[in-house]
Design a protein around this ligand. Structure first.
Ligand code: 13P
Length: 244
């Protein structure tokens, strides 16, 4: 029996054009896989659009059009047929100084164009050390989702990505993930009145730990970084999370 979990590959700023053609050959499915989403570097997105899985963009700008050199607007991404958008990834918050207010504008704009939003939230190692995880997650959720109407929540997916667990083979314990996901769901219910929010886990997911992570009862899927760049590795993760 198939599960209803979602597996999202965030390829970040990886692969050269020659790697992409190889990846496309290796990463194939015989039938449509709507629970698999690939988010390649934006310049490669057109190559992925005709494949039997969904495509997401790693970032968007909230303005519709105009003199914003180097940015991609929500309407442009929508016009290509891109379904998903990762918004608020910690790498954008940290390296590109995206604020909760910026993220909120991006979400409001992308929702209007029908995107499924993957909103990334998570605490840093320092915040965890200071026992501020709950406070940080609540602040991010309330500010990032400010003024989002309840009717749009079916388009929103939260990705819990502890910053300290990204790219280093370290993950929280299963219990920590389960409790944090429960906390996130509780905030969404309490402040936005929405009961069925999907929460993904992200941070060092790979083919070795996926069997275990997949047992966490309230996790709706995974946001995979480094392991999504290797087609074989990513297929193994999907095999466990989506097909079991
Ligand atoms: P890794 O899977 O490489 O830890 O990255 C996680 C991530 O940031 C996905 O968005």
């Amino acid at each position: 029996m198939k599960s209803d979990k979602l597996v999202v590959g965030n390829m970040k700023m990886n692969l050269l054009a020659s790697d992409v053609s190889l990846y496309l050959k290796e990463f194939h499915f015989d039938e449509q896989q709507d629970q698999v989403v690939i988010c390649p570097s934006t310049i490669y997105i057109p190559y992925f659009l005709k494949q039997p899985y969904k495509v997401g963009i790693q970032n968007l700008f909230f303005r519709d059009k105009g003199a914003y050199t180097g940015e991609i607007s929500v309407s442009q991404a929508a016009s290509l047929g891109i379904d998903y958008a990762i918004i608020g990834h910690s790498e954008r918050r940290i390296y590109f100084k995206e604020s909760d207010q910026d993220i909120n504008k991006k979400i409001i704009s992308a929702l209007k164009y029908g995107f499924h939003i993957i909103l990334c939230i998570g605490e840093t190692a320092e915040e965890k050390g200071l026992l501020k995880t709950a406070r940080v997650l609540k602040r991010q959720l309330l500010n990032d989702l400010r003024n989002v109407e309840k009717e749009f929540f079916s388009q929103i997916i939260i990705a819990y990505e502890p910053v300290w667990a990204i790219g280093n083979d370290v993950t929280p314990t299963m219990v920590e993930i389960e409790e944090t996901v429960q906390y996130i769901k509780g905030i969404i219910l309490q402040y936005f009145g929405y009961e069925d929010i999907k929460v993904l886990y992200g941070g060092s997911v790979n083919s070795k730990n996926i069997e275990e992570l997949n047992q966490i009862p309230n996790v709706s899927g995974f946001l995979v970084g480094g392991a999504s760049i290797n087609a074989e590795e990513f297929l193994k993760i999907i095999e466990v999370a989506v097909k079991k």
